[in-house]
Design a protein around this ligand. Structure first.
Ligand code: ATP
Ligand code: MG
Length: 496
């Protein structure tokens, strides 16, 4: 272990928010060791703006609570942590952890508690990358470096602590973290990692809970270097593990959307990670629509059913929260409304809550060479900038054009679109009625069904489920075998 002067590492207290300084100082004054660790130290050393600052200490969570009183809340059972409020900010304070000795387990063997406090050396050994395992004491102005992490920072190298194969097997999410940090920091991946990180190993991601994978995918989408990481996801075989049905290669639309996402983040604009999911799953959605239409379902029903199917399949990889699923389906549905709007609804549509996202989506499609938008994205782009009079003229012109092309080819217009003359826009999607069942009843259901049926795995072979509540028997979610993984020695980051 080497003790480095913080100033030599480019660190100074002036860079730090008062909240983290306050937490470290209070713990130190109370007689405990306390450090900043993880991304806060790493990013500050690299001159980047850290997302957050995490603290680590030798005080147990209840001792932390004694120091901060009502400003502190102890969270988690399996991994107890202290949340300390400083001003309006929340700092996560973890206690040094040792490898698990005797964990408290449930009857089924699941680890319920793993609060085995340890030394700083033991805490260090449980972390993932060398650059994430530097301990910074801002008041003493020192950095504890147990593994020449500073050299890795200088050489821009991402190095796992310990044997990479063992560390990936312990927690496959570290594969995603490898790609995320390599892309975000523009670091090279150490050769010993590259030696084992093959597409076959990426299959281990199939054992990770779809909830955790959704969280990780969000971090990938929102780190500001999505365009760079996409190629890596394909190269390392992670792509197929994260998404159930996506094109084998990146389409110009996906690339453009990724670039656009990064640009928005750079400009400080908000982004909705579900938007990128809508982009990624657009092709499978279209294919599924065509499948249902081929079976004679009307377009609206085909779209509704296709949306449900595609998201249901995606849930076998990453569980997208219900509100995000609704957003995705609304963006997709908006595509046909924007392509072929009823003239009397145009103004209402432009004020619809989902208009912006639907329009952005269509514009990205059009700009990436998708001519099935028939130039309507440009039309809407222009429309939004017109005065009221000009808008009326634009609608009349659109109406005339539409009538002309309908005379030519009635098939291009959904017959059902013109049933009403209302200026109100009907709901884009019907909210799903099926409640999310808890795992117990889901498992029971699964067992019951699998005893009744035999399985087939192909997407195409699934029956036309006109009842949206019905889950096909060949659906992978019902065939999923849960692998119990011992994560007791894994350090979960604050957002996990
Ligand atoms: P950022 O917050 O910028 O995404 P970070 O490094 O702070 O990056 P977190 O997820 O916040 O990442 O985790 C905080 C720290 O916890 C990490 O720096 C690392 O030391 C440790 N950690 C997080 N996840 C793991 C893991 N899966 N295995 C081992 N250590 C981990
Ligand atoms: Mg962090």
């Amino acid at each position: 272990m080497q003790t480095l002067r913080a100033s030599k590492c480019g660190l100074s207290t002036a860079q730090l928010p008062s909240s983290i300084l306050d937490v470290i100082e209070s713990l130190t004054k109370a007689g405990y060791e306390a450090y900043i660790v993880g991304g806060g130290v790493r990013d500050s050393m690299l001159g980047l703006k850290p997302k957050d600052f995490d603290a680590v200490t030798n005080a147990t969570p209840s001792q932390v609570k004694e120091v901060f009183g009502r400003r502190c809340r102890i969270i988690g059972r399996r991994f107890e942590l202290a949340h300390v409020y400083s001003g309006r900010e929340l700092i996560e304070v973890a206690t040094f952890r040792a490898p698990p000795k005797k964990a408290v387990t449930s009857a089924a063997g699941m680890i319920l508690r793993d609060n085995n406090w340890g030394s700083i050396e033991q805490d260090f050994a449980r972390r993932d990358f060398s650059i994430n395992a530097m301990y910074y004491q801002p008041h003493k102005g020192i950095v504890l470096d147990f593994c020449h992490a500073v050299d890795d920072i200088k050489q821009k190298t991402l190095r796992l602590l310990g044997d990479p194969l063992v560390r990936f097997e312990e927690d496959p999410v570290r594969m995603l973290r490898t790609l995320r940090f390599a892309a975000k920091l523009n670091f090279s991946i150490a050769p010993e990692i590259l030696q084992v990180f093959k597409p076959e190993l990426a299959r281990l991601l199939g054992d990770v809970s779809p909830h955790r994978l959704y969280d990780e995918s969000q971090k990938l989408f929102t780190m500001g270097h999505l365009e760079r990481v996409l190629d890596m996801l394909i190269e390392f075989g992670v792509w197929k593990q994260l998404f159930a049905d996506i094109p084998a290669q990146l389409t110009p639309f996906i690339r453009r959307a990724a670039k656009n996402t990064d640009q928005r983040i750079q400009m400080g604009k908000t982004i909705n990670p579900a938007f990128f999911y809508a982009v990624m799953l657009w092709e499978p959605f279209l294919q599924r629509c065509a499948f249902y239409q081929g079976r004679g379902l009307p377009p609206t029903e085909s779209r509704a059913q296709a949306g449900l199917d595609v998201l249901k399949r995606q849930a076998t990889r990453t569980i997208i929260p219900r509100f995000a699923e609704t957003f995705i389906r609304e963006v997709w549905e908006m595509q046909s409304r924007l392509l072929n709007p009823k003239p009397q609804q145009i103004e209402a549509l432009s004020g619809h809550a989902r208009f912006r996202a639907g329009f952005d989506f269509m514009l990205l499609r059009e700009k990436s060479g998708d001519d099935t938008t028939q130039g309507m994205a440009a039309w809407w782009e222009n429309y939004q900038n017109l005065s009221i009079d000009e808008k009326e003229k634009a609608i009349s012109a659109y109406n005339r054009q539409r009538a002309k092309s309908r005379r030519k080819n009635t098939a291009t217009v959904d017959a059902e679109q013109d049933k009403t003359n209302s200026t109100q826009v009907e709901p884009l999607v019907k909210e799903l009625e099926r409640p999310r069942r808890n795992r117990k009843s889901r498992d029971a259901q699964t067992r019951k069904r699998s005893s009744d049926h035999s399985h087939s795995s192909q997407f195409e072979s699934s029956t036309v489920a006109t009842d949206p509540k019905a889950i096909d028997m060949d659906h992978p979610i019902l065939r999923r075998k849960r692998v119990q993984r011992d994560l007791s020695h894994v350090i979960f980051g604050p957002t996990q």
